[in-house]
Design a protein around this ligand. Structure first.
Ligand code: PLP
Length: 350
């Protein structure tokens, strides 16, 4: 079987041989009793990496964000969040559905930030029964592959704190942001009470997320994890994959960023494709293909093992299982396909 080159997401990575070996060797116990030594080690390591007192290991980033929001907010409370934020747009409305928490979405700016004047304007007056109680500002970093600047985080934090709001970060790809900024993740996490991280994206573990924060919030979150059916047993098998990823797959995210930039530069040279390599900050490339070709291109390349995302605006994501040679192979295949199409534009299937 030809190896697939799958650019749809950094979630498609397969566990490496070394990761599988670490999983096989893991010490395990019942984590609901707090007795899984590998989960306990992972939680301790992630907490200290982020400069927080406590951490809780969960199945998914969706669950991590949800229990984080539910730890901060009660029924009838509100969180301020970007229109494009995963927590708001791509998690089934969980905070509202399961937490009775009202979202107050705000348009994201082109760089992924939220305009802080708009944030302030959205905060409801306290002590008036007409309004939900605004409790929390939730940001996402990276967002659409873009890194939120550190000085923006500082400003957002001071705006929120001055008005009594807590801060949550959806840091599914916060390691990409930290590697790009060349700072420890703690520098980013310092601006937030709670941070949710994904081990199953660029870090390459088969599953798992961690929520970090102060002990009282994490204990509330841990209770919500159980309530939501997320208490797991000998899950150190999976936590071992996460520990391995943190030890071996963080610094190499720089390779993914370089590969994404290279892919954008190669695609920018192909007639008919609109992409700006200067906009590529981490591991995501947004490339716009002619509306009449993207579906046929995707179907044809799939036959040679290249898996592209849907849509005329393709989000192409580099990751652990994409090499520089893969990037060149994909760019060559797309260039050849587009040349062929230009030579026979009106060809109809026989
Ligand atoms: C993937 C992702 C999540 C959710 O993670 P799952 O493990 O897929 O539930 C949350 N936020 C962002 C920004 C993500 O990319």
């Amino acid at each position: 079987m030809t190896r697939r080159i799958d650019l749809r997401s950094d979630t498609v990575t397969l566990p490496t041989a070394a990761m599988r070996a670490a999983m096989t060797a893991a010490d395990v116990g019942d984590d609901v009793y707090g007795e899984d030594p590998t989960v306990n080690r992972l939680e301790g390591e992630v907490a200290s990496l982020f400069g927080k007192a406590a951490a809780v290991y969960v199945a998914t980033g969706t669950q991590s964000n949800l229990i984080g929001l539910m730890a901060h907010c009660e029924r009838g409370d509100e969180y301020i969040v970007g229109q494009l934020a995963h927590t708001y747009k791509y998690e089934g409305g969980g905070a509202a559905v399961l937490g009775s928490i009202q979202p107050q979405p705000i348009d994201n700016e082109a760089d992924g930030t939220l305009d802080l004047d708009r944030v302030v304007a959205a905060i409801k007056p306290a002590g008036d029964a007409h309004f939900a109680r605004t409790r929390l500002l939730a940001l996402e970093n990276t967002i659409g592959g873009r890194v939120l600047p550190l000085d923006y985080l500082a400003r957002a934090e001071s705006v929120a704190r001055a008005r009594g709001l807590a801060m949550h970060l959806d840091g599914a790809r916060v390691f990409n942001a930290a590697v790009k900024l060349a700072v420890p993740v703690k520098r980013i996490a310092d601006h937030f009470d709670t941070v949710s991280i994904c081990l199953s994206k660029g870090l390459g573990a088969p599953m798992g997320s961690v929520l970090v924060g102060p002990t009282p919030l994490i204990e509330r979150a841990r209770r919500w994890r159980k309530v939501l059916g997320g208490g797991m047993r000998q899950v150190g098998l999976m936590a071992a994959a996460g520990r391995h990823a943190l030890a071996h797959h963080v610094e190499r995210l720089a390779d993914d960023h370089a590969n994404a930039r290279r892919l954008a530069e190669r695609l920018a040279q192909i007639d008919g494709i609109a992409v700006d390599p200067a906009k590529v900050q981490t591991n995501m490339v947004y490339a716009t293909f002619p509306a009449d070709v993207h579906a046929a291109l995707k179907a044809d390349l799939q036959r040679s093992g290249i898996v592209l995302p849907a849509g005329p605006v393709m989000r192409l994501v580099t990751h652990l299982d994409i090499t520089t040679a893969d990037v060149d192979q994909v760019a060559d295949a797309i260039a050849a396909w587009m040349r062929h199409r230009a030579a026979a534009p009106a060809r109809v299937a026989a």
